[in-house]
Design a protein around this ligand. Sequence first.
Ligand code: CA
Length: 286
Amino acid sequence: MAELASASRPGDPRPGAEGPGPSGARQPKGILIVEDEAELVRALRINLRARQYEVRTAGTGREALAVAASHPPEAIILDLGLPDIDGIEVIIELRRWYHAPIIVLSGRTSPGDKIGALDVGADDYVTKPFAMAELLARLRAALRRDEGDASLSQPRPAVIGQWLVDLGAHQVRRAAADEAGEGETLRLTPTEWRIVEILLRRPGQLVGSAQLLTAVWGPGFQRRTNYLRFHMARLRHKLEDDPARPRHLLTEPGMGYRYQPLAGSGILRPVRLADPIRTGSDRQYE
Ligand code: CA
């Protein structure tokens, strides 16, 4: 199995289990702003720097991909309407390797746009015009979630249908144990375990077919999408209540697969806006 599930996260400032440096000072978190409106870039840069973030900027999608690769940030704030490639394409490209938060900042307000961005791997979506304080709160929330996710060596057991998939214990057992199902466990094959592990470690996130194939079978298998169709069908039959209409192990046609957690347990948790917010003004930024 390739080192996908346990690969270190790009932009991860935590080398191994090391704590803060000798001085106790914390590394500033790097944020990449992808936005083509100069005035907005300026406002974002000033506000983020004032809160001790290290800021890089990119005015086009291609530049964003290059900067993210050369200096992986802890989070990316991304406009969708860019002069060269669409922001959605940028997210898709980034998600091939980048696992830290991506927050979309866009004038597109339709539910379809939002869902589209979240489906390809954005963590949050802020519509313009926006209040700087709200964007900053969402950024903090995304960074906290990311830190929490990365610090857990094993994700909590995930519920799929009537089953509890426990990656730590390497066990699938009945979620709601009643007299009938008490202690019942379900066997997955090693291949099924590998697929489930990769998907469950990225709740709500699209995992591309090529990425999944490489991680499970190794290089050279990127095109064997029939392998995935076969094993995903088996997994759904074992785990989903209605394998024909899966609710958790989802196919994104032509792209890949996604583990959808129960509503409220995944990446779409609402931001707690009760967070202490220090804001100079209530100005809205367009
Ligand atoms: Ca724009």
